[in-house]
Design a protein around this ligand. Structure first.
Ligand SMILES: [Ca+2]
Ligand SMILES: [Ca+2]
Ligand SMILES: [Ca+2]
Length: 238
């Protein structure tokens, strides 16, 4: 009687009369086990080495990731600080790194200049067409009458015809916006209203797109004013 055993892809016959096949298989199998064990030890050693390298690499990656997370958290916190930072005091308008205050009360030019300084700024000094256009846009919503204009920080009180900004910088003739029409040619130092003439500059005009709307006027006239100041900047750069 014989039995047939199938073991994986090895097929052999067990028989009482003939033990040879089993013995051969058995010996051969023992030899295989020894080789296999050595190979397995080598593989294990190699695997452990690879595992060790991988662990080191993983630790480095983990450290990098933690550093990235820390930097990202700091950047986000700083971004929030910048967003929360109020660049201008309440009641002032922010524009291009500056703060502007458009008053609703009226004062003579000297009192206006002092008031701006008390508030931490100065009467506005206009050094570009862009700034002039910004001011006009803001003023157009704040003027209630044709003569409702704003003092700016420009005066020729020290020497007639020599216009100086608040910081004593001479007026740049390539950046001036005096009203010039067929009827008016400012500055005209008009003396009919005040015999001392007109030594202070005001600006503004309702319902106009003309950006040339500076006038010289008597410094005693009570008018609104525009103050300018540097905007606050965050203490750290992004
Ligand atoms: Ca300015
Ligand atoms: Ca004058
Ligand atoms: Ca005038």
């Amino acid at each position: 009687m014989s039995a047939e055993v199938i073991y994986s892809d090895v097929k052999f016959t067990c028989s009482a009369e003939n033990q040879e096949p089993r013995s051969t298989v058995s010996c051969s199998h023992k030899q295989d086990d020894s080789d296999s064990k050595q190979q397995k030890e080598k593989d294990l050693e190699k695997h452990q080495h690879v595992n060790k390298s991988s662990a080191t690499e993983n630790n480095l990656l983990k450290a990098d990731l933690l550093e990235c997370k820390k930097n990202l958290s700091e950047a986000l916190a700083h971004y929030k600080d910048v967003q929360d930072c109020k660049a201008c005091p309440s009641g002032w308008n922010f524009h291009a790194g500056k703060c502007y205050y458009f008053s609703s009360d009226k004062m003579a030019w000297n009192a206006s200049a002092r008031s701006c300084i008390t508030m931490g700024g100065h009467l506005v000094m206009i050094d570009s067409e862009e700034e002039q256009k910004f001011l006009l846009g803001e003023m157009s919503t704040k003027m209630t009458g044709d003569d409702d204009k704003f003092w700016i920080g420009l005066s020729d009180a020290e020497e007639e015809g020599r216009w100086l900004w608040m910081d004593k910088t001479p007026l740049n003739k390539s950046v001036t916006f005096w009203l010039t029409t067929e009827r008016y040619k400012e500055p005209d130092n008009w003396t009919e209203e005040n015999e001392n003439g007109e030594d202070c500059a005001r600006m503004g005009e309702r319902s106009t797109v003309n950006i040339r709307i500076w006038y010289d006027a008597s410094c005693e006239k009570p008018l609104k004013r525009v103050c300018e100041a540097l905007a606050a900047t965050p203490s750290r750069g992004l």
